[in-house]
Design a binder for this molecule. Structure first.
Ligand code: NAD
Length: 248
């Protein structure tokens, strides 16, 4: 088992059909104890219970620094240590650039970008003291190709910000034995987009994907597993595409 004896914190993993929960299931199957942190506290508790009684579900709003610190201390109290952080929580908003309001901008930056900083900061002292840790952050193909399928320009900007933040963290935390990497998924079928793409639009999207299918949460979970495990022991500051060739 790739994660035997390890503990992991995964944000935004309450939704049964989401990338976060697929990652939580994958990590648990590989021997890790998993703490699911989500704005939806009841959903996080339910998802953790589904994995088994050694796992934990904690309510946490990643946009609130104090709340991240509280949630992390709850996890540390229960697990004693944390080896892995997956910054997965995110939201999108399909809106044209000329329609983005100041409130839209703030909301999208707060969850997708600020949340990555706050939750990582909350775990840094612990990981630095142990001289070990793997942090993986959720970006998106939207950051690379200038627009996703459903996300607006503010979403692309936030996910591009995640790339810069993760690379800077990789540089600063490397000497402390902490690795930081990113994934950039293409279109993955989850609650964020299910039922929101018209059939003709889906056909058009598929025509631009050389592997000729949309992504599955498990496709991304497998990459998070690689980044969390010692298989990637010499990989930091990297960006791994999981997009079926949508952006090459
Ligand atoms: P999802 O809606 O199932 O997952 C997002 C989760 O984040 C939800 O459980 C939600 O409750 C949680 N969340 C929202 N705001 C939060 C907050 N303030 N604090 C804590 N948790 C919060 O959708 P998903 O597609 O699984 O998305 C997971 C991540 O993958 C997101 O960051 C998304 O931007 C990114 N992503 C998704 C796709 C895709 O096509 N589905 C592609 C690229 C990137």
């Amino acid at each position: 088992m790739l994660l035997a004896g390890k503990t992991a914190v995964i944000s935004g993993a309450a939704g049964a059909r989401g990338i976060g929960f697929a990652t939580a299931k994958t990590f648990a199957a590989q021997g890790a104890r998993v703490a699911i942190l989500d704005l939806d506290g009841a959903g996080a508790a339910k998802a953790a219970a589904e994995l088994g009684k050694e796992h934990l579900g904690v309510a946490c709003n990643v946009t609130d620094k104090a709340d991240c610190e509280r949630a992390v201390s709850e996890v540390l109290k229960s697990f004693g240590q944390v080896d892995i952080l997956i910054n997965n929580a995110g939201i999108t908003q399909p809106v044209k650039v000329w329609d983005i309001s100041p409130q839209d901008w703030d909301r999208i930056q707060d969850v997708n970008l600020r949340g990555v900083l706050y939750l990582s900061q909350a775990l840094m002292p612990h990981m630095q003291a142990r001289k070990a840790g793997s942090i993986a952050c959720m970006s998106s193909v939207s950051a690379q190709r200038g627009g996703g399928i459903l996300g607006g320009a503010h979403y692309s900007a936030a996910k591009a910000g995640v790339l810069g933040l993760a690379k800077a963290m990789a540089r600063e935390l490397g000497p402390d034995g902490i690795r930081v990497n990113c994934v950039t998924p293409g279109l993955i079928v989850t609650d964020i987009n299910i039922g929101k793409i018209a059939p003709e639009k889906e056909k058009e999207i598929l025509a631009g994907i050389p592997l000729n299918r949309l992504g599955r949460p498990q496709d991304v979970a497998n990459i998070f597993l690689f980044l969390a495990s010692d298989l990637s022991a010499y990989t930091t500051g990297a960006v791994i595409d999981v997009n079926g060739g949508m952006h090459i």
